[in-house]
Design a protein around this ligand. Structure first.
Ligand code: NAP
Length: 261
C-alpha cells in the first residue's frame, strides 16, 4: 500500500517548520525528492540538510507564497533540480490572533494573502509542470477552524481556511482535464512551533477537548497528505480529510465527560 511516491518530485510550502517539515520528512522517507520552501532560506536549508542526513533527498528554497514572482521561481526550481514536478503540498500558513472588533484591514490582508491567495498562486504556478507528468497531485493544508468550527480571534484565519475549500472544489474541475487531483487535509490541533507560540495553557486546554486526549503530531497530518499524493488516491479529487483525534465530534463538554464514565 502507498508504495507509489518513490522518485516523485515534491514541493512543500512551509516545509521548513511544523506540519510542513513533517510532510517533507515523511515524503522523503518514502523516497521522494523534496523542495523545502519557506521565506527564511537558512531555516529551509537546515530542514533540507536534516532530511539529507536521514538519507532523504531534499533542498531548500526561499519564497513568499503571497508573491507571484517568488512562486513562479519556486516551480522553476523544482523542475530544474528534480527534472519535473509531481506533487505540490500547499501548506504554508499563518495564524496570528486578532479579535474581530479590533482587527485592522492589514491584519486581515496578511492572513488572507498568505493562506488563501498563497494557495491560489502556488497552484497556478505549479499546474503546468504538474500537468506534464499526467498524474499531478495537489494537497492543501486547510484546518478544522473555518470549514467546520470557529474560534475567537481567528475570523480572518477561518475565512482563509474555508476559502481554500471553495477554491479547491472549482480548481478540481479545472485541473481534472490536466490529470491533476487536488484535495485538502483538515488538521485539528497539532504540536508545531506555530502552535507552541500560543502557549502551554492553550495546548493543555485543547488536548482536554480532544477525545483521543492528545494534540496531533506532524506525522499524523503528513500520513494523510501522503495518501492524497499517492497513485492509489487517483480517483479522489476535491475532497477533504479531517485529522483531529475526534476533536470536532463531541456535541458538548458533557459528551467528553460521559466518555470516561
Ligand atoms: P508553523 O509551525 O508556524 O510553520 C509555518 C511554516 O510556513 C514555516 O515553514 C514558515 O516558514 C512558512 N510560512 C509562513 N508564511 C509563509 C509565506 N508567506 N511564504 C512561505 N512560507 C511561509 O505552522 P504550522 O502549525 O506547521 O502550520 C502549517 C499549516 O497547517 C498552516 O497552513 C496552518 O494554518 C495549518 N494548520 C495548523 C494547525 C496546527 O495546529 N498547528 C492546525 C490546523 C491547520 P517562514 O516563516 O520561514 O516563511
Amino acid at each position: 500500500m502507498l508504495t507509489s511516491i518513490a522518485g516523485r518530485s515534491v514541493i512543500v510550502t512551509g516545509g521548513s517548520r511544523g506540519i510542513g517539515r513533517g510532510i517533507a520528512r515523511v515524503f522523503a522517507a518514502k523516497g521522494a525528492q523534496v523542495l523545502v520552501v519557506g521565506r527564511d532560506l537558512a531555516q529551509a536549508e537546515a530542514t533540507a540538510g536534516a532530511i539529507r542526513a536521514e538519507g532523504g533527498a531534499a533542498s531548500g528554497f526561499a519564497a513568499d507564497v503571497g508573491d507571484p514572482g517568488d512562486v513562479d521561481r519556486m516551480a522553476a526550481a523544482a523542475l530544474e533540480r528534480h527534472g519535473g514536478l509531481d506533487i505540490l503540498c500547499a501548506n504554508a500558513g499563518v495564524f496570528p490572533a486578532a479579535r474581530l472588533m479590533e482587527m485592522t484591514l492589514e491584519q486581515w490582508n496578511e492572513v488572507l494573502s498568505t493562506n488563501l491567495a498563497g494557495a491560489f498562486l502556488c497552484v497556478r504556478a505549479c499546474a503546468p509542470a504538474l500537468a506534464r507528468g499526467g498524474r499531478g497531485r495537489i494537497v492543501l493544508t486547510s484546518s478544522i477552524t473555518g470549514p467546520i468550527t470557529g474560534y475567537p480571534g481567528w475570523s480572518h484565519y477561518a475565512a482563509s481556511k474555508a476559502g481554500q475549500l471553495g477554491f479547491m472544489r472549482t480548481a478540481a474541475l479545472e485541473l481534472t482535464p490536466l490529470g491533476i487531483t487536488i484535495n485538502a487535509v483538515l488538521p485539528g490541533n497539532v504540536r508545531t512551533e506555530g502552535l507552541d507560540a500560543l502557549g502551554d495553557a492553550y495546548a493543555a486546554k485543547m488536548a482536554a477537548s480532544i477525545p483521543q486526549g492528545r494534540l496531533g503530531t506532524v506525522e499524523d497530518i503528513a500520513n494523510a497528505a501522503l495518501f492524497f499524493a499517492s497513485d492509489e488516491a487517483r480517483y479522489i479529487t476535491g475532497q477533504t480529510l479531517v485529522v483531529d483525534g475526534g476533536q470536532v465530534l463531541p456535541e458538548s463538554l458533557m459528551a467528553l465527560q460521559e466518555m470516561g464514565e
